[in-house]
Design a protein around this ligand. Sequence first.
Ligand code: HH2
Length: 282
Amino acid sequence: MAEGRIGLPRGRSLDLARAPLVMGVINLTPDSFWEGSRADGAEAALATARAMVAEGADILDLGGESTRPGSAYVSEEEELSRVVPALAAIRAELDVPISVDTRKAAVARAALDAGADIVNDVSALEDDPDMAAVAAMAGAAVVLMHKKGTPLDMQRDPSYADAPREILDYLVARARQAREAGISPDRIVLDPGIGFGKRVEDNLDIIKHLARFKDAGYPVLVGLSRKSFLGALTGRAGAERLAGTVAANAAAMLAGADIVRVHDVAPAVDAAALVRALRQRP
Ligand code: HH2
């Protein structure tokens, strides 16, 4: 499965032979943890999308709700008004695969109607009982991400005996549920959820043992861009975490990540080119 293509709606697909692929993040929020990822409205999002595609992004990920630790709930109406006009504007101009970062089935449905290809759900289709059916009906790909607890409480004393094992078991169970709901296996991507209810050592164990996640047979996505474990390791604030991000992404890609979700597309594209070249060496 993970060696082929990720199926998308309208007969399109993502070629995993070109992996690692780069997913550029556009946050239509006023409060996402990295200020540089925020876009205020459809025009700003379209400008960022153009720049990311020019830099070589393979996928764009649009979100209307911050899920950083401690973040507050955003209403469906608010999330729809943030995401859908921006997505429609980008789809009208650019042919790039678009993912919608949401936990709400109504937002996913509207985004898919407006031309999105992928549902990126940090609750792995758990929070909204209609989410799996919406994705299945549209033939969308889904990113199933692990988190422990909710964004409000997930960093309150998380603990694991064996983080990679526990997280992988959860993701495999969620993938099974997704398939039972009619999502085809070539449309399922797993994500260990760096920073979502994890200690620094759990994030490190996940990256170091990422190859174990590939054993499940699905492509693996990792989102570690500028996250706080990099601050804990380097002593740097979010604005100074680009070098740490590139290094950590290179480590994740060398360990087998198929897709990296990033705020800074150009450096990730360069790192991916290096890793792709290394993978092609005998
Ligand atoms: N991380 C964030 C949001 N969505 N989705 C996936 N699949 N994997 C991730 O690691 C992931 C994600 C958090 O980053 P960001 O969107 O930049 O921040 P915020 O949630 O504050 O908007």
